[in-house]
Design a protein. Sequence first.
Length: 136
Amino acid sequence: MTPFGTVYGRDPLQLIKHGIYPSPLDAIDQLLTEQDAILKILKFNLHKAQVRMKFNINNHRREVELEVGDLENEKLNPRYFGPYLIIERIGLVAYKLQLFDHSAVHLVRSLKTEILVSWKNLPEFESSWMIVSTFL
């Protein structure tokens, strides 16, 4: 079932492409021609919006590589804490931190690694970022 069907309890009306079924009335031909032009503009604007959203999302992503001995003052959680001294690297994206005695933060912090997945038989703008651990 489509999202439209879930909301409205029926399938959406199917649009007839101009030129598939010839019409004896000029008014219908004109209506179908206008409908095709509107659909073309709509598809163009949707593609443009997807490209813009993809650019904005990818613009905020960054590759984080920390070394032992670094003072990490970046955002490691939904809130800003720190700076914390990195004591040890555990795996590819986890780091052991030197914490304050009164700190409520966990000793080991893990950063998410994401990869851009290009799906088979789909256009490039349908690619999405996935967390690496979902593939392991």
